[in-house]
Design a protein around this ligand. Structure first.
Ligand code: FAE
Length: 546
């Protein structure tokens, strides 16, 4: 993996260097614990192991929280059910590519479950991948909705497309009215962008590279139909991409890598926030370790943990106590842990609003067939960088991101992930029989999102004389709204928690991830999750003690 280290000798770069070294040595030694040599670990002298602060998960919200706890000198353990993705496999690569997936692709599955199910109606997209393994991408299937999530140290940052747009301020204020938008837009968004390593494509490169021909074709047709387009910032290093094109470095975005991980170029959290957190010397990450339940004993929280090997064999079951508990297991993971705690009577006073306010960020996928003279190119960067911006439409606001179809042959297809402002909300409830959260999302609840997508692309097709593709999503569907990449909500800020993510009814219990955002943010969410976590932990730090 390529790692970009800041060159100036600031504290953060020294820290990051120490953190990165800890990742490398944990991977080389095959350890399920990432820590620096001087890291403080849990107190084992008590009846059960104890650490002052526990952070569940290693996605965006968790990574921010752990860094700030570590900086404050609070000994912190992060618990991550997925594995550390730093060690190359037999092919010399950490991750497998989208076109040639193997056991590393999916979380304990025998077959891949990519968002496109067929190509030219042929079952050529998904593959059998052998023995189930702790792969990097998971798909959680509920009635009428499948949810993709990342598994491993870095959470969604390992599998996502790296797009890091900031929502329009008016929409942010509508969704989170009690959050000081001035503070967010002046302080926490810029901070999050800097630490995540957000950059934008050089406009000259965008105009000339064959790798974004597909984006330029879509842009041209969108403009013909009277729509505006927007450049989307990213955590993929576009300078690296230009060197990929010149064959000066190993290819990643230009080699079909995304979804099952990028071997180069993308600044996933293990290269940024998490390295900084571990580098403080106060943060330890335990991998392949799942939190299965939470209860309270006097002033402490007690977590039940299960550690597996990468093939799923249970190696250890035990408990860990802590004073401060931060939940960053993602919208579904965090909500499930709290629902289980409430419904089994372990934390009976948790609010009724846990599980409510869930949404898929209005996600819809669709594709168009272009004219034969509008070829989209055989080389396609997997990192989207342009979007059709119809966010100001008073009836059907939508942001349609121009996605690649990097299959290596000319397809004349334009693929899009549309983010709409669908106001429908689902609810997560506890399914006692299966000891799991269950999502209640009705068959018609995606209809408003489909209507917004259809309004946009009907107009483009009508104006330019093009059509929808029917061969990609199964059942001749033109719109795929039965899966999402952006699960949000379940423990909504200001409802299930106070205005800073502190869970109502229990002291020292916090939510720090996408579960806080009520179902929609109108653009891709990780930058907002990061900035909000920065804001919340800044508020809590003065009240926490090492
Ligand atoms: P998340 O990143 O999901 O991290 C949660 C972590 O907790 C995971 O590592 C889990 O394995 C772990 N975990 C869960 N339960 C447990 C448990 N019980 N015990 C221990 N560990 C547990 O949470 N967003 C963008 O902004 N831009 C994009 O371009 C983009 N593209 C995407 C593409 C794909 C294919 C996918 C799947 C997502 C994409 N997203 C994108 C969404 C983004 O990755 C997601 O919103 C964030 O990762 C959510 O961050 P959280 O901190 O909520």
């Amino acid at each position: 993996m390529t790692v970009h280290i800041e060159t100036h000798p600031s504290a953060i770069s020294r820290r990051r260097f120490a953190g990165l070294a800890a990742f490398t040595s944990a991977a080389a030694l095959g350890l399920t614990q990432v820590a620096t040599a001087r890291s403080a670990s849990g107190d084992t002298s008590r009846r059960r192991e104890y650490v002052p602060a526990v952070v569940v998960g290693t996605g965006y919200g968790s990574a921010v929280t752990a860094l700030r706890l570590g900086e404050a000198g609070i000994t912190t353990t992060m618990l991550e059910m997925g594995q550390l993705w730093t060690k190359p496999g037999r092919d010399g690569k950490v991750f497998c590519s989208t076109l040639n997936p193997d056991h590393r692709s999916m979380w304990f599955a025998r077959r891949t479950e990519a968002p496109l199910s067929t190509f030219l109606w042929l079952d050529v997209v998904n593959r059998d991948i052998g023995r189930p393994y702790a792969g990097v991408l998971d798909r959680l299937d509920y009635d009428n909705m499948g949810v993709y999530v990342g598994r491993g140290v870095g959470g969604g940052s390992l599998v996502n497309g790296g797009m890091a747009p900031t929502p329009e301020r008016a929409y942010f204020e509508k969704v989170l009215p009690n959050v000081d938008a001035n503070q967010m837009y002046r302080r926490f968004y810029p901070l999050a962008k800097r630490l995540l390593g957000v950059n934008s494509i050089d406009p000259r490169y965008l105009e000339r590279t064959p790798a974004y021909r597909y984006a330029r074709v879509s842009r041209k047709l969108a403009h013909q139909a009277g729509f505006r387009t927007t450049v989307i910032p990213s955590v993929y290093d576009f300078r690296y991409m230009q060197r990929e094109e010149r064959r000066q470095v190993p290819r990643s975005a230009l080699a079909g890598e995304v979804l099952y991980g990028n071997n180069h170029g993308k600044k996933s959290l293990d290269q940024t926030y998490l390295a900084d957190a571990v580098g403080t010397g106060n943060v330890t990450i335990r991998t392949l370790t799942k939190v299965t339940s939470i209860r309270r004993e006097r002033d402490d929280y007690v977590l039940t943990l299960e550690r597996i090997d990468a093939w799923g064999k249970l190696l250890w079951r035990g408990e860990l106590g802590c004073r401060y508990l931060f939940l960053g297991a993602g919208s579904l993971g965090t909500t499930e842990l709290l629902l289980r705690a409430r419904e089994t009577g372990a934390l009976p006073n948790l609010p009724e609003s846990i599980g409510r306010g869930w949404g898929p960020n209005g996600n819809v996928m669709t594709a168009r067939a272009n004219h034969l003279w509008d070829s989209t190119g055989t080389l396609q960067s997997t990192i989207p960088t342009l979007a059709i911006n119809n966010l100001h439409d008073p009836v059907h606001p939508a942001l349609a991101e121009i996605a690649p179809l990097p299959v290596g042959i000319e397809t004349w297809a334009s693929l899009y992930l549309t983010i709409t402002s669908n106001a429908e909300r689902g609810r997560l409830v506890f399914d006692r029989a299966n000891n799991k959260a269950k999502l209640l999302w009705g068959p018609g609840q995606s209809d408003p999102a489909i209507q917004a997508t259809k309004a946009l692309f009907d107009k483009i097709n009508r104006t330019t004389g093009t059509t929808y593709r029917h061969d990609l999503f199964g059942n001749n569907e033109r719109f795929a709204a039965d899966f999402c990449y952006h699960p949000l909500g379940g423990c909504v800020l200001g409802r299930a928690t106070d205005n800073y993510g502190r869970v109502k009814g229990y002291p020292n219990l916090y939510v720090t991830d996408g579960a806080l955002i009520p179902g929609s943010i109108s653009v891709n969410p990780f930058l907002t999750i990061t900035a909000l976590a920065e804001r919340n932990i800044t508020h809590h730090l003065p009240t926490l003690h090492p």
